[in-house]
Design a protein around this ligand. Structure first.
Ligand code: C2E
Ligand code: CA
Ligand code: CA
Ligand code: CA
Length: 281
């Protein structure tokens, strides 16, 4: 996190002139990074709150910059989105994540099997041939579609609701699971929610943070859980950082949790070791 902070400072200088130049340089660097193998995928476990066994991992991209060290996605995803580089970048992450998930499946025939969750940016989601790309990627990786989950934000959903319904339906028809990321932070209309073929709501960690101390946060999270139940959606709580939060969410019948309390995002090797221990138990 320290290295990421340092990278952020160097890249986004506050002075405007430098900013333009630095951004141009960053864009060129990012282009080279995608082609030159500087991107990595880290994996963060997602666990059922009842068992705390890893049944899912979220793929989170990192940039191993040759001179600036590890750069956080918060520092380059927005630029990638702006410039269109998110398309090759996002496809690379999807391919890499599916390839890794297929290896885990061959290695650890555990039950329930590990689902891989991949983030889709707004621009990626609007690609006309997204469903075909995803289907081709699954085939190439040899990964059954039901082991892939795609995460989109409320903002992405609301860009064009009719188009969203059609794209989600095509992905759903392939057999992929669908999640709304950072739920509660955007402006998704509850009326639309019931028209979308979704599986999961991921409650943003800004609400989870305060559930033990703050009555409003607690009320919001409980309301989302109620809403999800009535819409027949499962819920994953993001950003669980302590046992108290995990226990409260479990007592409210929240299905799954993700956060530093269980595990931080980790390299594939470490995730493999973790899954291996579970597979043997
Ligand atoms: P996100 O999709 O909401 O991912 C969860 C973020 O929360 C991750 O940050 C994760 O490390 C962090 N996190 C997990 N548990 C905790 C916790 O207990 N406490 C705190 N404070 N943080 C926690 P990360 O990896 O830095 O990613 C940041 C964002 O960058 C992601 O937020 C996502 O919006 C974006 N991102 C990452 N990888 C990709 C990608 O491959 N494609 C796209 N389009 N976006 C990505
Ligand atoms: Ca996510
Ligand atoms: Ca999220
Ligand atoms: Ca987030």
């Amino acid at each position: 996190a320290k290295a990421a902070g340092k990278g952020r400072h160097v890249i986004f200088d506050s002075s405007m002139q430098v900013d333009t130049l630095a951004r141009l340089e960053l864009e060129n660097d990012l282009r080279a990074a995608i082609d030159g193998g500087q991107l990595r995928v880290h994996y963060q476990p997602i666990v059922p709150l009842k068992s705390e066994r890893v049944t899912e991992v979220e793929a989170l991209v990192r940039w191993q910059h040759p001179t600036q060290g590890m750069i956080s996605p918060l520092d380059f995803i927005p630029l990638a989105e702006e410039t269109g580089l998110i398309i090759p970048l996002g496809l690379w992450v999807l391919k890499e994540a599916c390839r890794q998930a297929a290896i885990w499946h061959a290695q650890f025939p555990i039950d329930p099997p590990v689902v891989i969750s991949v983030n889709l940016s707004p621009r990626q989601f609007q690609m006309p041939d997204l469903a075909e790309e995803v289907e081709r990627t699954l085939q190439e990786a040899g990964l059954p579609a039901r082991y892939l989950k795609l995460e989109i934000t409320e903002g992405t959903i609301m860009l064009d609701v009719e188009a969203t319904i059609s794209t989600l339906s095509r992905l759903k028809a392939i057999g992929i699971k669908l999640a709304v990321d950072d739920f509660g932070t955007g402006y998704s209309s509850l009326a639309y929610l019931k028209r979308l073929p979704l599986d999961v709501l991921k409650i943003d960690r800004s609400f989870i943070k305060g559930i033990a101390e703050n009555a409003e946060d607690k009320a919001i999270v409980q309301a989302i859980l109620l809403l999800a139940k009535s819409l027949n959606l499962e819920v994953t709580a993001e950003g669980i950082e302590n046992a108290e939060q995990a226990a409260m969410l479990n007592s409210w019948q929240c299905e799954r949790g993700q956060g530093y309390y269980f595990a931080r995002p980790m390299e594939a090797d470490k995730a493999t070791a973790l899954l291996g221990r579970l597979g043997l138990s």
